[in-house]
Ligand binder design. Structure first.
Ligand SMILES: Nc1ncnc2c1ncn2[C@@H]1O[C@H](COP(=O)(O)OP(=O)(O)OP(=O)(O)O)[C@@H](O)[C@H]1O
Ligand SMILES: [Mg+2]
Length: 379
């Protein structure tokens, strides 16, 4: 990669479309957007998200205040220089209908007068990157693409000149929820490679939580209601407006940010098939536990055995165990883990590795503990 990421600052920026006295679309907005992060602007329709974006790339001029990219005032940068630094995915994709996919992606490189071979190579590289086979898609027109394919071409076009800053205005707004989820995942994978500074607009709070390193919540008039990490916003909404905007289920939403691997696992009392029941009872007594986890010979969990089912002296058999306790992967979200555990009788989740060997257990209590913990405001 030739370029690194850019820092963007908005310093007391306001925008009034009408004459003095009309209510502003954006009011005294100050934000620092750190290099290499995804900052999501979210808020209800008409709250000034698109206006804020367009002031960053100077399609709209602020009424007052100053915007800088890497310390330089955008109003002082030549237009060509600004376009080189900023990739823009506009609301509703906005591909040129009379240009092919390849020509659409090549618009900015041609504007910058790159040699034709370099343009061609870059187009191929980008179509691969957004997972559109160049041979299949290069010469198609936008009208012959699905909505999701168009959005990927839009992302490829914005990345074309390798800009350190990307502005993306509801880039996944026009597709169904399943495809949107896939595009979001692809985009996060892409961002892990390219590490651009990204300003991303949505009015979907779940999309904001999933995509953002930081979220700026705007309310009508472009007033900044809160600017923080998703976890901090969900844990401590700064106002009634934010709290209503993120929704009553913000606790559950917060759980979707955490992973099982973030929890301290505890070691269960275990038992082996064939082991004397008396030995298992003794170990349960020592541990002060009511349940033992029965393992097979390769350490895979079979199920839980309750203490009162361990009378007598024979060996433990697989039939003694109640199967169906949920197994969890370290990568599972805490939200998924909780719903799996609430459906089981033991309310303990067994965490297993790729070979299904037991790593430890987590309790419902350990998860609710996370919700009581203060938020991480920097990550
Ligand atoms: N060219 C314009 N002239 C006058 N008012 C405008 C203009 N463009 C936007 N506005 C007004 O400014 C406010 C903010 O508009 P903006 O497009 O920034 O909202 P938004 O947050 O992007 O909304 P949405 O989620 O619907 O895209 C709105 O009240 C809108 O009507
Ligand atoms: Mg908008």
């Amino acid at each position: 990669m030739t370029s690194s990421a850019a820092v963007v600052t908005l310093d007391h920026v306001s925008k009034r479309y009408g004459p003095a006295g009309t209510p502003p679309a954006v009011s005294d907005l100050s934000l620092t957007i750190p290099a290499g992060e995804i900052v999501v602007l979210v808020g209800p329709s008409g709250c000034g998200k698109t206006t804020t974006m367009k002031m960053i790339n100077r399609l709209i001029e602020p009424t007052t205040g100053r915007i800088t990219i890497d310390g330089e005032d955008v109003m002082r940068l030549p237009a060509v220089e600004l376009r080189r630094r900023i990739g823009y995915v506009i609301q509703q994709v906005g591909l040129f209908p009379h240009l092919t996919v390849a020509e659409n992606v090549a618009v900015v490189p041609r504007l910058l007068r790159w040699p034709e071979t370099r343009v061609r190579d870059r187009v191929e590289e980008l179509l691969d990157l957004v997972r559109l086979d160049p041979a299949t898609y290069r010469d198609r027109y936008p009208s012959a693409l699905s909505g999701g394919e168009r959005q990927r071409v839009g992302v490829a076009r914005a990345l074309a000149a390798d800009p350190p800053l990307m502005l993306m205005d509801e880039p996944f707004g026009a597709v169904d929820p399943i495809l949107r989820d896939r595009l979001q995942n692809e985009f996060l994978r892409l961002q892990a490679q390219v590490r651009k500074t990204i300003v991303f607009v949505t009015h979907d709070v779940d999309e904001a939580i999933k995509m953002a390193d930081r979220i700026a919540i705007l309310q009508r008039g472009g007033i900044l209601a809160q600017y923080d990490t998703p976890d901090a916003i969900l844990a401590e909404p700064a106002s009634e407006f934010v709290s209503r905007f993120v929704g009553a289920d913000r606790g559950l939403k917060r759980l979707s940010l955490g992973r099982v691997r973030d929890l301290a696992l505890t070691s269960p009392t275990t038992a082996r098939v064939g082991e004397a029941r008396a030995d298992v009872r003794r170990r349960l007594d020592e541990a002060g536990a009511e349940y033992a986890l029965l393992l097979d010979e390769s350490d895979k969990p079979i199920g839980w055995i309750e203490r009162r089912d361990l009378s007598g002296d024979d060996g433990v058999t697989p039939d003694d165990a109640t199967p169906g306790s949920p197994t969890l992967q370290p990568e599972s979200t805490l939200r998924d883990a909780l719903s799996a555990m609430l459906g089981s009788s033991v309310q303990l989740g067994v965490v297993v590795d790729e070979a299904e060997r037991v790593l430890g257990v987590v309790s419902v209590d350990a998860i609710s503990e996370v919700l009581r913990a203060p938020a991480a405001t920097v990550r």
